[in-house]
Ligand binder design. Structure first.
Ligand SMILES: [Zn+2]
Length: 182
């Protein structure tokens, strides 16, 4: 337990249990067997997730029938964890102007934290801003504190500001102007 930096009480949490089992197995079976086991666990975990590509395709089909010319894009929101074939998990995903976002990994339960609604709302809003800009086809921002920066984990997501940076705002204004002229 010490070697995986876990305390006895944290075995109640799934992530710690998984880490522990993988750690023990690494020392008991061959590398190939361990890799196969790890792949299987990931596959099984993914079956409890929604395929983000399937969600955007479904949302695209549903919205194209009733397409309102004044609507620039659509964003679907789910509590369920999402993934694609290239990413084990995602906070948000998009296909042209159709986006999907998940707040599964923003919850206190997922992160083993105290309940905190304002924090959850802030995490949610930052992702919604990122997703909304994607539906306008504005590329991901590299400024680390911009609400639209790509976070590697929840800590990085929390460090970001709630607002998009001035460069992103400029791009959005430009896109809105183009959209209104179309
Ligand atoms: Zn930015």
């Amino acid at each position: 337990m010490r070697e995986i930096q876990a305390q006895n009480k944290s075995v109640a949490d799934y992530k710690t249990r998984k880490k522990y089992v993988l750690y023990v197995l690494k020392r008991s079976i061959s590398d190939q067997e361990w890799q196969e086991f790890n792949n299987l666990v990931e596959k099984l975990e993914q079956e409890g997730q929604y395929d983000a590509d399937r969600l955007t395709t479904t949302l695209d089909k549903k919205t194209s029938k009733t397409h309102d010319p004044n609507v620039a894009g659509y964003i679907g929101i789910t509590e369920q964890d999402i993934y694609t074939s290239d990413y084990n998990f995602l906070y948000g995903w998009h296909f042209y102007n159709i986006g999907v976002m998940s707040y599964h990994r923003f919850t206190a339960e997922f992160n083993d934290e105290q309940q905190n609604r304002p924090r959850l709302r802030e995490r949610f809003a930052k992702q919604l801003i990122s997703s909304a800009f994607h539906t306008f086809d504005i590329p991901r921002c590299t400024s680390p504190l911009c609400a639209r920066a790509y976070p590697n984990d929840i800590e990085e997501h929390d460090r970001k500001k709630l607002d998009p940076c001035s460069e992103c705002r400029k791009q959005l204004e430009q896109k809105i102007r183009e959209y209104q002229h179309d």
